[in-house]
Design a protein around this ligand. Structure first.
Ligand SMILES: NC(=O)c1ccc[n+]([C@@H]2O[C@H](COP(=O)([O-])OP(=O)(O)OC[C@H]3O[C@@H](n4cnc5c(N)ncnc54)[C@H](O)[C@@H]3O)[C@@H](O)[C@H]2O)c1
Length: 496
């Protein structure tokens, strides 16, 4: 048995006669993959260079208007959800600014660097306005959003007092929950049903009722619930037929978050997943998403330590600096930290955090630089810190002639303050995706990878983790939707 790496840097395990056979296999696979990739890229280049100058509108389809209210439904009304909703209300009241939000503060360059066209993202594509957002949610605790935000202890009480009437008016609907999947918490506000299909029906009723009472013309479900125990996909997740049978039979491989995603997609409502759970990252959900034109994306908000990792690792690779080890540890004391103290939930998070380096550094392509790296991630529950997490990274790199160097990163961050603007951007961009004739039937919205630690892709496609590639992908998607020239950064035309 030996490991080999493919051209995309993914590790595989296979039986070989000896190590020479393993090496030969790796070289052959790498050459094949490069040839295939080159041919794909040439085809793509031919297509995009044709579209470059005139970019006919029919290529990028149409986008329906954002008129009317947008209903935001949030399973999990904890620290992230309340920081997001309170933040939107504070911004609407002119009490604060939407710092960290790409849709609200970001700009997008159009045309040449000399054209001077850089509108705000929200002015370039038709997005729902903050005044049009209405909210509901589900939680296992009965606290309204004001009480939940006070308990989370993220926002200053003086700000919360100013938002109290609004936040108190949002009370959680009873949740679909099973303590087996989140071992560290339990609560009273939970739905009852004979089987999981009945629970899904109750969620679908909630969704229909919210749409009616809120007057929303469109809806989005945004999972901000706890991280569930690690689950691997099984037969039950492979098709709609198998999944529905499993729902009726109470299959234990169906976690509560999957019941929410099934209910949303059945109602034609897009679903974004902020936790590392599988939830929508399953063949059945892709099938349902495409069938009902309800976009999906995930998973696990990219906020603190992984954000830093996906900025630093591409820099090492760009400069061909080697990496021998990366040790990441965190202390945090919020409820999320407590949930992650359970080994089952931690394993789900660990899987999501570990994939990043192998995909960015591609040890198969650079064995001398990254073939032997040691990557470790730890999360420690430490109550005194609350939501103010501290993430430490010790990075052992090596340079010219193999000389070792070290980098230490100590990020004293605020978890939910980093996550809230991501939630806002995802809500607005997922709504855009569903209004775009080109995007709504695609299922996975890979162009939103920018916001996730463990971006979803179609089977067989490796995810892009590099933050700046992700940003370019996102902005080029917006340019494409509006029939604008894609930006390649070639730039030779300035020197003609
Ligand atoms: N804050 C960040 O920076 C960050 C980054 C990446 C991912 N996340 C993920 O986002 C999620 C939310 O984080 P948080 O800090 O708000 O956690 P939190 O513990 O404050 O809130 C989660 C809420 O979900 C509720 N819940 C759990 N299971 C539920 C269910 N089945 N239905 C309805 N409600 C349910 C809990 O009662 C709790 O109120 C977690 O999964 C976390 O791992 C957060």
């Amino acid at each position: 048995m030996a490991d080999w790496w493919d051209a995309d840097g993914r590790r595989h395990r296979k039986q070989f006669k000896n190590s020479a056979a393993a090496r030969e296999h790796e070289h052959r696979e790498t050459a094949l993959a490069h040839a295939e990739r080159a041919s794909r890229e040439m085809k793509l280049a031919a297509r995009t260079s044709g579209a470059k100058r005139s970019a006919p509108k029919s290529d990028s389809g149409t986008i329906d208007s954002a008129k009317g209210k947008l209903g935001v439904m949030i399973p999990g009304m904890g620290a992230v959800a309340t920081t997001f909703v309170a933040g939107v209300e504070a911004i609407r009241k002119g009490l604060a600014k939407p710092i960290g939000s790409l849709t609200q503060m970001g700009t997008i360059r159009l045309g040449k660097r000399t054209d001077g066209r850089s509108p705000k993202v929200k002015e370039f594509v038709p997005l729902a306005g903050l005044d049009d957002l209405v909210f509901t949610g589900w939680d296992i605790f009965e606290d309204n959003m004001y009480e939940a935000a006070s308990n989370a202890g993220v926002l200053d009480y003086r700000l919360l007092e100013q938002l109290k009437p609004f936040l108190s008016s949002i009370t959680p609907r009873p949740a679909v929950f099973d303590h087996k999947y989140v071992k560290k918490i339990d609560g009273p506000n939970v739905k009852k049903g004979k089987n999981k299909m009945q629970l899904a029906e109750q969620l679908r009723d909630d969704i229909r009722q919210f749409k009616k009472t809120s007057g929303a013309t469109r809806l989005i479900t945004m999972w901000c619930g706890s991280t569930e125990s690690y689950i691997e996909p099984t037969e039950a997740h492979q098709s709609l037929k198998a999944f529905e049978k499993a729902l009726r039979e109470n299959d234990e491989m169906i976690a509560p978050s999957m019941i929410y995603s099934y209910a949303s997609l059945m109602e034609g409502v897009p679903f974004a997943n902020g936790a590392p759970n599988l939830t929508v990252d399953l063949p059945v959900m892709l099938e349902l998403s495409r069938k009902n034109e309800a976009p999906i994306c995930g998973k696990d908000f990219k906020t603190g330590q992984t954000l830093m990792k996906t900025v630093l690792a591409p820099a090492f690779k760009a400069r061909l600096l080697g990496l021998s080890g990366w040790y990441s540890t965190n202390i945090l004391g919020n409820r999320d930290g407590e949930v992650l103290d359970d080994p089952g939930s931690f394993k789900t998070k660990e899987e999501s955090k570990l994939g990043v380096l192998e995909h960015i550094l591609q040890p198969g392509l650079y064995p001398e630089l990254y073939g032997n790296m040691f990557h470790k991630v730890r999360i420690n529950y430490y109550p005194p810190r609350g939501d103010n997490k501290e993430g430490w990274d010790n990075i052992d790199i090596f340079g010219w002639l193999g000389y070792p160097m070290q980098i230490k990163v100590d990020f004293l961050c605020r978890d939910s303050i980093l996550a809230a603007p991501i939630v806002l951007d995802l809500v607005l961009l997922m709504d855009l995706a569903q209004r775009s004739s080109e995007l709504k039937g695609l299922g996975i919205q890979e162009w939103l990878s920018f916001f996730f630690k463990s971006p979803m892709t179609v089977p067989g496609l490796y995810p892009e983790h590099d933050l700046f590639i992700q940003l370019m992908k996102l902005k080029n998607t917006l340019r494409h939707l509006k029939g604008e020239e894609l930006i390649t950064h070639l730039g030779l035309e300035y020197y003609d």
